[in-house]
Design a protein around this ligand. Structure first.
Ligand code: ADP
Ligand code: ZN
Ligand code: ZN
Length: 740
């Protein structure tokens, strides 16, 4: 072939990862000048089928590399970057991820790019930066608390503060604009200065207690070397202080620190803890940012301007020229695992990244995952324990309330009601946990036992009373009017059974009319800033009842809460998933950990119909660590993960027969071709067999030999994808965390 792309020694080509659901990269031609200029890790626009897509250059092919005559070689449409935007380590990490999770490389690459870069927008953008002009403006701000607050923060950071950082400190752009009108501050659009910002201390570290000191000293022995640590510290034992003191040393050397937190853990409070300790550029990467702000933060990280990169799951793929430490807080949290599409686990990817970058990594939690304890046992991770609460706080006491014998009012035991009343009268706060949104999980006919079920799922409708009475399926989103009478027998008494947060809210208002009930769940905090307002109110010592779901369980510091009650722990004790006990124990300990974090001791009440359940016994009489050791031993006995490695095939179609036939046929193929190294469970119907009108089936693959498991799955899975009937959806989940 001789054309503008070729010369006598061959054709100029690059190999490109294109964002399509195909496992290969594709070769494209380019001119000799472009070939000269292009770097591996840059973006190119290429035509694919009838589309123009943004791909990543994975390789510059040697001129004489053979050309596959079966494919018509096309030229790239455009070179989008004149330099690499993904560095070698991140490219390696992404390539490894694509292989390990057996997901198309082009799609995996997308996980690493902010939306605007994915869309082919330029990699250099202008930054909105705020400067304070009037240092003596207090008197002009008497009327607006918001403006006073913004002014206070601007005074602390008077020059060149990026808008995204101010937004995360809780200051809205509209407030800044109002101040700008009064000529108190100005906004400048800057070509971003991406040079590193020097780090200095904003606040002295606390005096570490002996456990903290031991943890800090141990990690610091491993600077610029790979080593994984599990920081196993009770709730309130000062893990954050340990992170901060280790970070201090790493930052001092001019290195970057990547901090990953769970999805709803990235609150303004988390950010301000870092901001109040260090003066430096902090890049925030989470899904709540708009595209421009996200790209900006990403650039700061990628250019080395940001010293601290604080983000959720996908931030693990941020290019960092100078990475010196990775911290993954609340490592047991499920949000680190992506549950759809490219199903990576940020914890495992982080471990590999630390290895690639030769830096230490700390996984921290008060309730570490059984997986992490197993890694400690295998010597792959060093455990650091924090065994006492920092400061003067002590661990709360757990009480189990037997619902079978208890006197109850509205599903709350009389003893608990009295305790709550006592606390409130002493001007303390109470936290009530119930992991169920809505008014009631079941609506049943009093006469014929008909139940309101979602027509599309194997699930009951949840009854909601706000903003009006309706039925809502939490699995597919279907909404129906609440019927006035039973569709089966026309009886007019339809009874809500069981409790959701909305119902408990009504009851609590009735039981404690003198005190406010603050409900915290997805329904009550959906408005931007509402969670912040609630949080601020909790931080005042006003005696209130907090009522909420998961959202209240995560890492928050509520110093005035002295009583925590979990109204219904039984659903967690009954689940079929072998990980249910682990999740339930973590939930109990995390919720309990919100009690007694201040000066006064805390108490925790668990309501249950099964007070003698072994899990509860271990948690009450011993502790989470004891529970974890027992659970790990049980998993080993039963040859369940982490004693074996696993993969889950999820299959979905319009008929369970189609699913079963297809999976059985392929199970047999795998059985015949894998030297008996793989144990196959199923196919079985998924725990919720019908969802949104489609049938779901599962098949679990287990083996003690991870390399062989992945090896045998690879070819087999590719075949399966090629042979799947149209209309069927298939997915492969390596190291699945949930059987749903
Ligand atoms: P964890 O993250 O382990 O739940 P935190 O880091 O939130 O715990 O710490 C709980 C509280 O203890 C915080 O208010 C923190 O400022 C305080 N604290 C941490 N370490 C110390 C210390 N060495 N001395 C005094 N107070 C401390
Ligand atoms: Zn009926
Ligand atoms: Zn449904």
């Amino acid at each position: 072939m001789q054309n503008v792309y070729s010369n006598s020694s061959g054709t100029h080509r690059i190999r490109v990862a294109v964002p399509v659901y195909l496992y290969d990269c594709f070769d494209y031609m380019l001119s000799p000048e472009q070939y000269q200029q292009v770097e591996v890790g840059a973006r190119v626009l290429v035509s694919f089928g009838r589309q123009n897509l943004v791909g990543i250059v994975m390789e510059k092919l040697p001129l004489d590399a053979p050309i596959d005559p079966a494919f018509k070689l096309k030229a790239i449409t455009e070179l989008l970057d004149d330099r690499a935007i993904l560095d070698t380590n991140v490219l390696k990490l992404l390539t490894w991820s694509a292989q390990y999770y057996q997901f198309p490389i082009g799609e995996v690459m997308q996980a690493a790019l902010p939306t605007l870069l994915r869309q082919g927008k330029p990699a250099d953008i202008l930054a909105r930066v705020w400067n304070l002009l009037d240092l003596d403006a207090e008197s002009k701000l008497k009327r607006s608390e918001k403006q006073q607050e913004a002014y206070k923060i601007l005074k602390l950071h008077p020059v060149g503060t990026t808008e995204s950082v101010l937004n995360l400190a809780g200051i809205e752009t509209s407030t800044l604009k109002a101040l700008e009108k009064k000529q108190i501050c100005e906004c400048i659009l800057e070509k971003q200065d991406l040079s590193p910002v020097p780090v200095s201390m904003a606040q002295m570290p606390l005096t570490a207690n002996p456990d903290q000191k031991n943890a800090i000293d141990t990690v610091l022995k491993y600077q610029n070397k790979y080593q994984a640590f599990l920081l196993d510290g009770l709730t309130g034992s000062g893990k954050t202080e340990v992170y901060l003191q280790i970070m201090q040393e790493v930052l001092k050397k001019g290195q970057q620190v990547l901090v990953l937190v769970p999805e709803i853990g990235l609150t303004p409070q988390t950010v301000s803890r870092f901001q109040s300790r260090f003066h430096c550029n902090i890049a925030l990467l989470h899904s709540g940012l708009n595209d421009t702000k996200r790209l900006q933060a990403w650039q700061h990280a990628q250019a080395g301007k940001a010293s601290i990169i604080l983000g959720t799951r996908s931030a693990i793929y941020t290019p960092l020229p100078n990475l010196g430490l990775i911290i993954l807080d609340e490592e047991h949290d499920l949000s680190f695992k992506q549950q759809e599409g490219f199903r990576y686990h940020a914890r495992d990817v982080a471990l590999y990244r630390a290895h690639l970058e030769s830096c230490p990594i700390i996984l921290g939690s008060a309730t570490p995952s059984i997986d992490s304890y197993a890694l400690v046992d295998q010597g792959k991770m060093k455990k650091l324990e924090l065994n006492q609460r920092a400061g003067s706080a002590i661990m709360p006491k757990i009480h189990v309330l037997d619902l079978k014998i208890a006197q109850k009012q509205h599903g709350i035991s009389q003893a608990l009601i009295q305790e709550i009343q006592k606390r409130l009268e002493k001007k303390e706060q109470v936290l009530i946990f119930l992991n169920r949104r809505g008014y009631a999980p079941v609506l049943i006919c009093d006469s014929c036992a008909w139940q309101a079920k979602c027509p599309n799922c194997d699930a009951n409708f949840t009854l909601h009373n706000k903003p009006y009475l309706h039925l809502h399926c939490h699995h597919c989103g279907t909404i129906h009017r609440k019927p006035d009478q039973c569709p089966q027998c026309n009886h007019t008494e339809l009874k809500p059974i069981g409790m959701g947060t909305a119902k408990v809210e009504d009851h609590l208002n009735e039981l404690f009319p003198d005190f406010d009930v603050i409900r915290v769940d997805r329904d009550s905090t959906s408005r931007v800033g509402s969670w912040q307002k609630i949080y601020d109110r909790i931080q005042t010592s006003e005696p209130v009842i907090l009522l909420g779901t998961q959202m209240l369980a995560k890492g928050h510091h509520f110093p005035y809460v002295t009583l925590v009650a979990i109204l219904d722990i039984d659903s967690g004790l009954l689940s079929v998933d072998f990980r249910a006990p682990e999740r339930t124990a973590q939930l109990i300990v995390q919720v309990a950990g919100r009690a007694g974090r201040g000066e006064r001791k805390g108490d925790v009440y668990l309501q249950t119909l099964r007070p003698d359940h072994p899990l509860l016994n271990t948690l009450v009489k011993e502790d989470y660590r004891q529970f974890a050791q027992q659970t790990l031993a049980e998993r080993k006995m039963a040859l369940l993960p982490p004693a074996r490695y696993s993969a889950l095939i999820r299959c979905e179609s319009k008929s369970q027969d189609i699913n079963q036939d297809f999976l059985k046929q392929h199970a047999q193929l795998l059985r015949d071709n894998s030297e008996n190294l793989i144990d196959i469970w199923g196919p079985i119907p998924a725990p919720m067999e019908r969802k949104a009108g489609r049938f779901q089936a599962h098949m679990v693959l287990l083996s003690t030999d991870r390399a062989r498991l992945h090896f045998y799955i690879r070819q087999w899975w590719q075949n399966m994808l090629q042979q799947k009937p149209s209309g069927m959806k298939l997915s492969l989940d390596i190291d699945p965390q949930e059987l749903s």
